[in-house]
Design a protein around this ligand. Structure first.
Ligand code: BGC
Length: 498
């Protein structure tokens, strides 16, 4: 049998003919590159970089809790703790047809939600893909596109043909706009900054509700913007609608954030509004911004620093950049690139496909971690299919272990955020339910278990009192419920008198 070799290449014969060779690895033991032992050595280095000890987590929680307090006490803080003007919990009896428009990180979604009371609902929806250009183009154009999609949706789903909307009637709309917006009323929101790679011009610092209303007017839609909400606030309300034990909502998706219900008397920065101290209001924490700019508390590796420096918003969303689905694949890719540069990985192969920023999707980490085969066939598939790279078993085991380190760190940092809210609200003894949503939470194997394990590392056995569960669709159903709650307040003459 010929000596095994790997990789591909070509050579030219004297006749001018080019011969391409492409051979597979037969026997990994003889390879001139990384052996299992050296990969294990490399792994040890990354283990120490990406592992969070319980002690370190408790320190993060302490700083996080102080940051939450600061955001409630003073305006314009880095973690802005945004009052949402969503007052208290839904009764579960909210009823009627509502539209919800969801501008998240990846798609645009339009939903028609029929609330049936008793925590029940029906939903029909359509998703529209957002292009990278749209995310960077002019903001008004982006909202025009939203209105255009709504127009198509309303024509198809609520026209007279569909028997839902009578002439002259308009539908209340909840607009889930999942970016930090400071609000003065529920149908107002000044965009503080874009996150998740968005950068549409002429939008930061402006009232996006107003911009969106302009677009609605252009299309003369029978729609009334009733509430502008964040996906976490929607998730909080939707989860409580079906599970009244819910007190906190978190999103671990393209971005990451949390919302919870706060006592109005404890939101010092809106004291001057004179809102009834007995009332409660949902707070959109925008915790993705924790430790931004100063970078004092979070354990950032050099890969995290590169992710940050090369992002469209350096310095910002420091917590989110260690956790959310938008960045985890990129962090792993940067480690691989380092090992390529050091001559450890993929010797003799062309690695250009892997060298493209953001080409390594976070879904690959999920797939690698859940590969059930001894040979790690899924990992083989990812590297050959997407990057035209051959891998040895030792390398594949290393990749999987690395994914685990990065995924686990994200989950444990997420526990730190949840623990800070639990601390702030004193929920540890009585326990609480945390409604959670987002691709990472829903699809990354073991993410929820790791969050729970992290909570126990922080709080000891009592950490078991804090339980996350898959939330109801906050951006659709939650948005509709909030629109219903707002309409109810308006009908009762409570709007703006807050
Ligand atoms: C945004 C939040 C949002 C979160 C989850 C973050 O980037 O700033 O507003 O809730 O992503 O979608």
């Amino acid at each position: 049998m010929p000596a095994s070799r790997r990789g591909s290449g070509s050579f030219t014969l004297t006749t001018g003919q080019t011969i391409a060779i492409h051979t597979r690895t037969q026997d990994e033991e003889d390879l001139p590159h990384a052996t299992k032992k050296t990969m294990a050595d490399h792994l040890r280095k990354y283990e120490s970089l990406f592992t969070l000890t319980p002690q370190r987590m408790r320190m993060i929680v302490e700083a996080f809790t102080e940051t939450l307090e600061l955001g409630l006490n003073k305006p314009n803080q880095i973690v802005p703790m945004i009052p949402t003007y969503v007052f208290g919990w839904p009764t579960g009896q909210e009823k009627g047809d509502f539209l919800a428009l969801d501008l998240g990180g990846t798609n645009l979604r339009v939903c028609l939600v029929t609330l049936q009371g008793e925590g029940k609902f029906e939903i029909s929806q359509t998703k529209y893909r957002l292009s990278e250009e749209q995310k960077q183009d002019d903001g008004q154009k982006l909202f025009d596109f939203c209105a255009e999609c709504l127009h198509t949706f309303v024509e198809t789903n609520t026209g007279e043909g569909a028997g839902q909307l009578k002439p002259g009637q308009s539908l209340p709309l909840g607009f889930t706009f999942s970016y930090p917006c400071s609000q003065e009323r529920i149908d107002h929101g000044e965009l503080i900054r874009w996150t998740k790679g968005f950068g549409a011009g002429n939008t930061e610092g402006r009232d996006v509700a107003e911009m969106f209303k302009k677009s609605l007017e252009k299309y003369q839609l029978p729609i009334k913007l009733t509430a502008l909400i964040n996906d976490t606030t929607g998730t909080l309300i939707a989860s409580h609608y079906v599970n009244p034990k819910t007190k906190i909502a978190v999103i671990f998706g393209t971005g990451c954030n949390a919302a919870y219900m706060e006592r109005v008397k404890d939101i010092a920065k809106i004291e001057h509004l004179g809102i009834d101290h007995g009332a409660e209001m949902a707070i959109n924490c925008e915790w993705g911004a924790f430790d931004s700019f100063e970078h004092e508390h979070l354990p950032r590796t050099k890969y995290d620093t590169i992710v940050d420096d090369t992002s469209n918003k350096p310095g910002e969303q420091a917590f989110e950049k260690l956790i959310s689905g938008r960045y985890l694949g990129e962090i792993l890719r940067l480690v691989l690139c380092e090992l390529i540069d050091e001559g450890v990985l993929f010797l003799g192969q062309n690695t250009y496909k892997l060298e493209k920023p953001y080409c390594f999707d976070t879904a690959f980490l999920s797939l690698m971690e859940s590969d059930p085969t001894d040979e790690l066939l899924m990992v083989i598939g990812i590297f050959t299919h997407f990057f035209a790279l051959e891998t040895t078993l030792a390398e594949r085991q290393f990749f999987r272990a690395l994914a685990k380190l990065i995924g686990r760190r994200a989950a444990r940092l997420s526990s730190c955020g949840i623990a800070a809210i639990v601390n702030k609200m004193g929920y540890l003894e009585e326990g609480c339910s945390v409604g959670a949503d987002g691709s990472l939470y829903n699809k990354y194997p073991g993410f929820a278990d790791r969050v729970h394990e992290g909570l126990q590392d922080i709080f000891g056995d009592k950490g078991r009192n804090i339980v996350t569960h898959h939330a109801e669709d906050g951006s659709g159903v939650g948005s509709a419920i909030i629109a219903a709650m707002t309409k109810h307040r308006k009908d009762a003459g409570l709007y703006l008198n807050v």
